[in-house]
Design a binder for this molecule. Structure first.
Ligand code: GLU
Length: 419
């Protein structure tokens, strides 16, 4: 199997493109074949080096490597022109006001035998002799793609359904070139949860955005694989090795697939919880400025995270002292004797020994019992004092992770704010 991923470098790599890349990669890796990366950069204005770099970056982050390329389509212009000239010489194409058109028969039809969609028939009566070269000699899209696929020896063209309508034209060019056509497989469209075509409105729309939002590449690979494919009706979690072993075009659906960021969040949370805290800390550091002091905080926050980006708002206080206590949190919690309860908790924490999660819990529950109040009447004031807000991971883990000295410093600072 020789497959290709052929992005037009117009900016960030979109979810649909990423799925196409993944499916091609899985086919190549599962069959022992090759994946060729071809950059369709004939639109010179949009195909800037930055845009190409974005595509390569996104593929690298997703862990999708390629065996040949990147091949620049623009740099193959000579080949395209030579084939256009040959098609004219052999009578398959002709000049028309400087441009070159391919001859399309008046009768009959071209049938695309698509692995996913079955036979799709395109009547020739509805297809004009189409332009394959502009009057300046530059090749048009359907010509360039066909010549490239043939020259590169592509056996399977796997791409989005939006390209199905180009396929009869590409088949006609290939036939005129005297080339065996590849096998075609057009992947279903992607919709948002509202059933409309996937767009920005539905949340993160590109690989770059998913990365910045703190998704793990392995979770994204797993989720993208399910956008149109399933090994069976129920299995949701696949290691990348499973995917390579089990993916097949025969099980790709022809119905639109729904990209639901909420499901991806859920799946990502499951992947996050599987990581060793040291590994989680390493991933967090990639997003939070390469620091090496996140392991304890990562361990404490792990249960509550669905994305890496949630870490800092939830647990950043474990790593850095909050600049101030959120005034709304103060108003809501530090009233009706809360500061007296906080002072009691301070004394109990000062005596806890050793200062670990178990002893911190024993000390604080002791305060709750002694005062005869609800647990949260003791725990919330501590939370506000140490985190500066009313949300944090578990209070015992958080206090223990801070350590006695830092916990008491923050509690004392809160007590000193007593009006
Ligand atoms: N360059 C096209 C795109 O980015 C893909 C063309 C193809 O796969 O044949 O949508």
């Amino acid at each position: 199997m020789r497959v290709r991923f052929a992005p037009s470098p117009t900016g960030a790599l979109h979810i649909g493109g990423a799925r196409t890349a993944l499916y091609n990669w899985l086919l190549a890796r599962g069959s022992g074949g090759s994946l060729v990366l071809r950059i369709e950069d004939t639109d010179r204005e949009r195909s800037t080096p930055e845009n190409v770099a974005q595509i390569l970056d996104a593929l690298e982050w997703l862990g999708l490597d390629w065996d040949e390329g990147p091949v620049s389509q623009a740099e193959r212009g000579e080949r395209h022109r030579a084939e256009i000239a040959r098609l004219v010489t052999e009578g398959h194409a002709y000049e028309d006001e400087g441009a070159v058109r391919l001859r399309v028969p008046d009768d009959g039809a071209t049938v695309v035998d698509d692995v996913i969609r079955g036979e799709v028939r395109f009547e020739h009566a509805a297809i004009d002799d189409f332009v394959i070269a502009r009057s300046d000699g530059s090749p048009l899209y359907n010509l360039a793609v066909s010549v490239d696929d043939r020259d590169i020896g592509i056996t399977h063209v796997v791409r989005g359904e939006d390209h199905l309508s180009n396929t009869p034209r590409q088949l006609m060019v290939l036939e005129a070139l005297g080339a065996e056509p590849p096998t075609y497989a057009h992947l279903p469209l992607l919709h948002g949860p509202d059933g409309k075509k996937l767009s920005k409105r539905h949340g993160a729309a590109s690989v770059q955005e998913l990365r910045a939002a703190g998704y793990l590449p392995e979770a994204v690979r797993n989720y993208l694989a399910l956008l149109g494919w399933g090994a069976d009706a129920t299995t949701t979690f696949f290691t990348t090795e499973d995917l390579i072993g089990r993916f097949s075009l025969e099980r790709v659906s022809r119905n639109p697939a729904v990209f639901d960021e909420q499901k991806l969040r859920w799946m990502n949370g499951r992947y996050l919880r599987e990581l060793e805290p040291a590994e989680l800390a390493r991933r967090l550091a990639q997003l939070h400025g390469d620091r090496d002091d996140l392991v304890d905080a990562a361990a404490v926050a792990q249960e509550k995270l669905q994305t890496l980006a949630e870490f800092w708002p939830l647990a950043g206080f474990l790593v850095e002292r909050p600049r101030e206590i959120d005034p709304r949190a103060w108003q809501k919690v530090m009233r009706d004797g809360a500061l007296d309860r906080l002072a009691e908790a301070r004394a109990a924490l000062a005596a806890a020994d050793p200062f670990d999660q178990v002893e911190v819990e024993t000390a604080l529950r002791g305060v709750v019992d002694r005062l005869g109040v609800k647990p949260k009447e003791v725990f919330q004031p501590i939370r506000v004092a140490i985190a500066g807000t009313t949300v944090s991971p578990g209070i015992f883990e958080s206090v223990a992770a801070l350590g006695r000295e830092e916990a008491l410093i923050r509690i004392d600072a809160a007590l000193a704010q007593r009006p």
